[in-house]
Every structure is written in structure tokens, then in C-alpha cells.
Design a binder for this molecule. Structure first.
Ligand SMILES: [Zn+2]
Length: 415
């Protein structure tokens, strides 16, 4: 049976038509799209998706979290579902491919299976998750579907409570409804996502497909170095308790620690707020926004310890107080070994080259980690560009990714 599947391909022209139509919705005029969650353009894209689903003769479904789905049933009513998907929301002035490719490819897989009348032992679902990018909450739809959304995430969202409520009203969603989107245990046989790499590794190495081994964990802290405000002219250098020195020394040391001891990790200090923040007063206090990422749970804990220890040492060196506020994060998510192997087998079947890599970006797949087996593949990003209008993946690579998604759905669905 698998033999006959290996020659099946998605309809690349039909997928291209869908992709081009979608890219017109919220188009920025310079090749990008702006479809931030629950904006007019985002809701228009979702309406477009609904029409595409219905015109394909697939069943449309929207859950309480606003996730939009195409459903393809099978003969067994109680069979579990293989979920394929990504997201239609974008960052402001983002690219056409981020998320959109995964949704369009997932829909194309369902169309292909349906028109070839292939009987699988599982249901197929192509899903567009709500608010992946985090304009409002981040991974909102996938966390709700996984039953992992914390009530606090809606009470104190990073995009502001007012904007969240206004957006939910525009989309016709309620808080109670969002929590009802949780799927029952055992209803999902797997989650598979095709995404652009958003980096340069595949392009540099010259490979067709990236098989994701893990999605990094991410943690953030606010570190406050506290010294003493003094006259910037009359206070001797050796007498100063300059909070800026601790914050700056920590920034440089953090980079060195990661580059020397944690080669798979990254650290970013994206913001420093100086108080009182004027030319002629020695800085009393500097609030440092620290974020770091690691693909491995043990290494993540070690890195966390090393960075906090470093902040303490630098504070001590400059005779400063240090306040540490943990702001939250996500654990690293390992992809299913079976899914990785199945992806590699599909690449071999289709004659595509592949390499294994870690995702440094957050994706919906990690919400489903532990709920069902998860797998993810990347296709090359030209020049690694993403979250910008110049984001580009060659169409041939997009089609390759969709065909891998089709192969693995067929393999898992018939196995
Ligand atoms: Zn994305």
C-alpha cells in the first residue's frame, strides 16, 4: 500500500493559487503582509480560509479559541486525528511565508487525499492556530487546544488585556469558549508542521529539508542592578556605585559564557532602562531584560544557573545590589523520535536531502508536546530572512515541504 503512495504528489499549481491569494490579504505593498492577530486583515484571511475549505468539499470547523480547521473524516468514527497545521497571523510587516505556508500546505494535503479517494485509518485535520506570533498572548490557540492555557495568560497578556478583549470581541470569541477548545485525551494521533526555517543553516548546507529535533526552551528575567545616585562631576570614580557598570559588565560576560560553555544556546539582553537616566547623575538603577534559549532541559538549567551566578558576581564586583525577577518561559520540546525517522524516510522516498536541526524560534508544536507525538520540518529561507517583507522561500522548496507532509500523513495514516 505504501508503495502506491510514494508516487502521489500535491497539486503544486492549486497550492500556488491559494498561496498567492492569501498573500494579497493584508499585503504591505513591498512583498510582505501585516496580519496581526484579530486585525481586520487577519480575520479576512481566516474568512478566505473558510471559503477555501468549503469550496474544496472539506468540512469546516472553528473551535472556541478561534482555531480554523478543515476536516477529512475516515470510515472509523472513533479513529484519532492527525493534525497538520500552522498559523495565518503574522508579526506587523512580516513575510508571506511564516505560518501561511504551513496552513496552505496542510490544506493541500487534505485536498490531495480527498480527491484521490484514499482511505486512511485516521481522520485528517488541517488547522490554523490563533495568535501564534504573540501579538496578544502567544501560542494562544495551540495552548488552548492542548488544554494548557493558563487563566493568567488571558488576565495579564503581553499585548495588554484591553487589546485582547477588543480583538476577541471582533472575532466573536469569549474567555469561557477559549478554554472549551481543549481536546479530549487520546483524540490526537500526532501533530505535524511544515514551516520556513527563518535562518540560514539549510541554505548554507545546501539541503532540501530540515528535520527538527527540538524546539528551544525560552526563559526571561528582569535583573535590576542597584547602586547610588551621585553627582556625575564631583564624585570620584572610585567612590561611585554605578549601576550601569554592573549591567554592562554582565551583558558582555553573559555573551562570553554562552559562546564558551553553551554552544547550542543563545542569550539576548534586549533592553536596559537606566534610572534616573540623565547625563549628569551616576546611574542609580538599571533594569536589564534578559532572555535565553536552549534546546536541552539539563543544559537549560545549567545555563540559567550560570547566568544568574554571573549577574551576582558582577553586582558584587561593582558593589551593587541585585534584584532578580523571573518572568516566565517555555520548556525545551524534543520532537518525537518516530516522527523524525518518518520524516527522514519520506525525504529518502522522494529523493530529497535532509539534515537535522534545532528550532531557535517558538512554534505551536511545542504546545502539543506530551499531548501527542509531534514532528516538524523546515524548508530553506533565502538569506535566512524572516519577520520582514523580504522573507522568501523558493516555490520549489515550498512544494517539496508539502509533498513530505503528504507522504508522512499517508504513511502514519495507513500504518
Ligand atoms: Zn511561524
Amino acid at each position: 500500500m505504501t508503495e502506491s503512495f510514494s508516487t502521489l504528489r500535491v497539486n503544486a499549481n492549486r497550492m500556488h493559487d491559494s498561496f498567492i491569494h492569501l498573500a494579497l490579504i493584508g499585503a504591505t505593498g513591498d512583498g510582505g503582509v501585516s496580519r496581526v492577530t484579530f486585525s481586520e486583515a487577519h480575520l479576512a484571511a481566516r474568512n478566505w480560509l473558510r471559503t477555501e475549505i468549503e469550496n474544496s468539499g472539506l468540512e469546516f470547523h472553528m473551535d472556541g479559541a478561534g482555531n480554523h480547521s478543515a476536516l477529512l473524516a475516515c470510515n472509523n468514527k472513533n479513529a484519532p486525528t492527525i493534525l497538520l497545521g500552522s498559523h495565518l497571523d503574522s508579526v506587523p510587516n512580516g513575510g508571506r511565508f511564516d505560518g501561511a505556508l504551513g496552513v496552505v500546505a496542510a490544506l493541500e494535503v487534505l485536498r490531495t487525499v480527498k480527491e484521490n479517494r484514499i482511505k486512511l485509518g485516521v481522520k485528517l485535520e488541517a488547522i490554523d492556530f490563533t495568535d501564534e506570533e504573540g501579538t496578544l498572548v502567544g501560542l494562544l490557540g495551540s495552548a488552548a487546544l492542548a488544554g494548557r492555557l493558563h487563566p493568567e495568560a488571558l488576565k495579564n497578556p503581553r499585548g495588554g488585556r484591553e487589546d485582547l478583549i477588543a480583538g476577541m470581541n471582533r472575532a466573536g470569541l469569549s474567555e469561557a469558549g477559549i478554554f472549551k477548545a481543549a481536546r479530549s485525551k487520546g483524540s490526537l494521533a500526532g501533530y505535524l508542521e511544515l514551516h520556513i526555517e527563518q535562518g540560514k543553516r539549510l541554505e548554507r548546507a545546501g539541503f532540501n529539508i530540515g528535520v527538527v529535533t527540538a524546539i528551544v526552551g525560552i526563559r526571561s528575567y528582569r535583573l535590576s542592578f542597584i547602586g547610588r545616585a551621585d553627582h556625575a562631576g564631583s564624585t570620584l570614580m572610585e567612590d561611585r556605585l554605578d549601576a550601569g557598570l554592573g549591567a554592562s559588565a554582565f551583558t558582555l560576560a553573559a555573551r562570553e559564557i554562552v559562546m564558551r560553555d553553551f554552544p547550542n544556546c543563545v542569550v539576548n539582553i534586549g533592553k536596559m532602562d537606566f534610572a534616573p537616566g540623565v547625563f549628569n547623575i551616576v546611574p542609580l538603577r538599571v533594569d536589564v531584560s534578559l532572555e535565553f534559549r536552549s534546546p536541552d532541559a539539563d543544559q537549560f538549567a545549567e545555563l540559567d544557573g550560570a547566568l544568574i551566578e554571573c549577574a551576582k558576581l558582577e553586582a558584587e564586583r561593582f558593589r551593587l545590589d541585585l534584584r532578580i525577577e523571573f518572568l516566565g518561559g517555555h520548556a525545551p520540546s524534543a520532537m518525537s523520535e518516530n516522527m523524525q525517522q518518518a520524516f527522514m524516510n519520506s525525504c529518502d522516498t522522494l529523493g530529497l536531502t535532509h539534515m537535522s536541526l534545532v528550532s531557535g524560534a517558538i512554534h505551536d508544536a511545542q504546545s502539543l508536546n506530551g499531548i501527542c507525538p509531534i514532528g516538524m520540518i523546515f524548508v530553506p529561507s533565502v538569506d535566512g530572512a524572516s519577520h520582514a517583507p523580504r522573507e522568501l522561500t523558493k516555490w520549489e522548496d515550498c512544494v517539496n515541504g508539502a509533498n513530505i507532509l503528504l507522504q508522512i500523513a499517508l504513511t502514519l495514516g495507513s500504518g
